[in-house]
Design a protein around this ligand. Structure first.
Ligand code: FES
Length: 199
């Protein structure tokens, strides 16, 4: 269940820390290198946006950043994952995310602005544990029904790789998607929506 590992098989995502940059960027493992760039603790607690450079992300990789004291995941999904997501609706509690928290621009089957890049708050919607990243299909411990996703070992909740919760598990809703926007193809701001607002 170690979601920090690297699996080089085609079915598995790579998990590692990338350098997360920006005046307020704080990748978990990048924190020591960015200390001089970080906002004050007060600003962090108030929810200062986090800038994340994804230019060096590999396909299948997950990186983590902290925002408002919460883990936020960014996953570079494979084509195989996107294909699999489209087959899972009948196994999910809220496949269309009607009862889940996400910005309007992420209320779609992939729950993302760009199909390949998935961003979510990494906290289980049951009691708030942080699920593990399990992108492999049908691992021995999770069985043949596991199609890759996020597994919460606390009480056994399953989420797919769009953060959608399966039926019959304790978690009531899909994983939350935080507000975010793209500055360009490489730079994402977590905690900030698009500048344009409805009149
Ligand atoms: S906190 Fe995740 S299943 Fe209970």
């Amino acid at each position: 269940m170690n979601n920090e590992g690297v699996d080089k098989s085609k079915r598995q995502f790579l998990t590692s820390a990338l350098t997360v940059v920006g005046a307020v960027g704080t990748g978990y493992l990048a924190v020591p290198f960015l200390a001089q760039m970080q906002p004050s603790a007060k600003a962090m607690a108030a929810g200062a946006p986090v800038q994340v450079d994804i230019s060096k992300m590999e396909t299948g990789q997950l990186i983590r950043v902290a925002w408002r004291g919460k883990p936020v995941w960014i996953v570079n999904r494979t084509e195989e994952v996107l294909t699999t997501l489209s087959t899972l609706n009948d196994k999910l509690r809220d496949p269309l995310s009607n009862e889940s928290i996400q910005p309007p621009y992420s209320k779609n089957p992939n729950r993302s602005i760009k199909p390949d890049i998935f961003i979510a708050v990494g906290l289980c919607t049951h009691l708030g544990c942080s699920p593990t990243f399990r992108p492999e299909i049908a691992p021995v411990d999770l069985g043949n029904d596991w199609k890759g996703g996020f597994f919460c070992p606390c009480h056994g909740s399953w989420f797919d790789l769009a953060g959608r919760v399966y039926r019959g598990v304790p978690a009531p809703t899909n994983l939350e998607i935080p507000p975010h926007r793209y500055v360009n193809d490489s730079l994402i701001i977590i905690g900030e929506d698009t500048v344009e607002k409805a009149a």
